[in-house]
Design a binder for this molecule. Structure first.
Ligand code: GLU
Length: 512
């Protein structure tokens, strides 16, 4: 196939592919770490491509050199891969419609901009930034429509070209029709019509020779054979001008949809760019990497995120990736803004977490335990899984639940916690001393035998089982709320259990 740089102005859309093949793209600008709203846009495009056995393209819109951040690209690729969104064409994958970095296609955009000037659809504008700033100020003061006043639109085209050739700084602007209306069909919102008089002359090429988003985006969507555009709602106001740009280029515009805005949990404001504190004091993630670090499972995130703005039948919440792919349709995307519900995400995550096999869950917990500085070995972690599975909704909660297993003795806790209600230090010490003697004998040191022995002891001592188990739990775990006791004792093993009981006894003696 011909490469663009060999034949930049030829029309590539539609070549060598069946007429009804879906080609969609996710076209992020690498200006910072990926936001969960961007991931949702990527997901919907990916779902649509997979649903229709089409092609999902990743295109990097990196022509804004001032806002470019080199680390943003790897963050982006990692984020997409984490969720399982593979791309068929794009960075690291290649494809017939490349290059997929807009910074490598700049000459192409320039040629289209100049072509538009030549055939009268665009013009050079020499207005200095100071003039434009002053203009804006005046328009704002007079409460008029704020936009370019078309000062350079009617300059003599020949003279304008001469000025550019002589080195005058200029941008290229699209000539919007001065009267009439522009209508386009949004696949989610229906027909949208605007008065052309409200649309100003869009800049296509900046004075540094770089294209604006509008030109590069339209040129690439066409040349890459994009059939359906699904993009963030914030772009809806530019769509009428894009319609005009397609017409000026004599290209057919792809079908287009603007995805519902993602709102913060209150449903009042747009989801913020930065973490926010939740009512329980936790920092709520908004960047994809922070969701990852918080221990959300990608499959849970996939399920949850698909339902931010889309629904299958209005109530089904748990669906596998395959089911979602099968069921996804643009018709069921709700145009209303969608609130991002962290509680629901935690709930969904907990469900997925509990469904994981023990080995799988242990593997996924390991990095979180290591990161928390716990000397956790995989074998022990695997044995802990049944004890803690019901107690964590996110993997980042795991270290706080299992840390005492890996803590070095002596455990740090307040000795007063050892004393159950209606008892004092001395009587607790007697009880714990008996427990120590019993636990020294139980063999093998396994759940059922431990349970029988300790329940028997409580009965023999005439105390409620809770009264006996509470000080054992505190001595062994260093806290009052912990995973089930007998399983905990078994995994911890006799040696550590006895060591911890001895320490508890010592502490009780000290406060008697
Ligand atoms: N580069 C644009 C962005 O990051 C792409 C918007 C679009 O999908 O057209 O928002």
């Amino acid at each position: 196939m011909t490469q663009f740089h060999e034949s930049p102005l030829s029309d590539h859309a539609g070549r060598d592919r069946p007429a009804n093949t879906v080609r969609v793209r996710f076209a992020p600008s690498p200006t910072g770490p990926m936001h969960v709203g961007g991931l949702r846009s990527a997901l919907f495009n990916w779902l649509f491509a997979r649903r229709h056995k089409g092609t999902f393209i990743l295109r990097i819109e990196d022509t804004d050199r001032k806002r470019y951040e080199p680390e943003a690209l790897s963050d982006l690729l990692t984020s997409l891969r984490w969720l399982g969104l593979d791309w068929d064409e794009g960075p690291e994958v290649g494809g017939d419609y490349g290059p997929y970095f807009q910074s490598e296609r700049v000459d192409l955009y320039r040629e289209y901009a100049h072509q538009l000037v030549e055939n009268g659809h665009a013009y050079y504008c020499f207005c200095a930034p100071e003039r434009l700033a002053q203009l804006r100020e005046e328009q704002q003061r007079r409460k008029e429509f704020v936009g370019y006043d078309r000062h350079c639109r009617d300059l003599d085209p020949g003279q304008s070209v001469d000025r550019v050739t002589a080195g005058d700084t200029a941008v290229v602007r699209l000539k919007m029709p001065l009267a009439g209306q522009t209508t386009f069909h949004d696949m989610i919102r229906g027909d949208i019509t605007v008065e052309n008089s409200t649309q100003d002359d869009l800049i296509l090429l900046k004075s540094d020779g770089y294209p604006t988003y509008h030109l590069a985006n339209v040129v690439d969507d066409h040349l890459m054979g994009i059939t359906h555009i699904m993009r963030a709602d914030e772009w809806i106001s530019t769509a009428p001008r894009h319609v005009q740009l397609y017409q000026a280029l004599d290209w057919e515009m792809p079908a287009i949809a603007h995805l519902p805005v993602v709102l913060d949990p209150s449903g009042k404001g747009k989801m913020s760019k930065r973490k926010k504190a939740s009512p329980d004091g936790r920092e709520l993630p908004v960047l994809v990497r922070d969701f990852r670090a918080a221990g959300y499972l990608p499959e849970a995130m996939f399920n949850f995120l698909a339902l931010v703005g889309w629904s299958y039948d209005g109530h089904t919440e748990l669906m596998t990736m395959e089911e979602i792919v099968q069921r996804f349709s643009i018709e069921h995307i709700n145009p209303a803004p969608a609130a991002f519900n962290y509680d629901k995400l935690d709930h969904v995550n907990g469900v997925y977490l509990r469904e994981l096999g023990a080995d799988d869950l242990a593997d996924r917990m390991m990095p979180f335990l290591e990161q928390a500085g716990l000397a956790a070995d995989r074998e022990t972690v695997r044995r802990l899984v049944p004890l803690i599975r019901e107690r964590v909704k996110r993997l980042d909660e795991a270290p706080g639940v299992v840390d005492f297993f890996f803590a070095e003795e002596p455990l740090a806790y307040d000795a007063a916690l050892l004393i159950p209600k209606k008892m004092d230090a001395a009587s607790t010490r007697v009880l714990l001393g008996q427990a120590r003697a019993v636990l020294d004998e139980v063999s093998p040191f396994t759940h059922d035998l431990l349970e029988t022995a300790l329940r028997g002891l409580a009965e023999a001592m005439g105390v409620k089982s809770g009264q006996l188990f509470a000080p054992i739990r505190v001595a062994v775990c260093g806290r009052t709320v912990a995973p089930p006791l007998f399983g905990t004792l078994e995994v911890l093993g006799r040696e550590h259990v006895l060591k911890r009981l001895d320490l508890g006894l010592e502490r009780l003696r000290a406060i008697e």
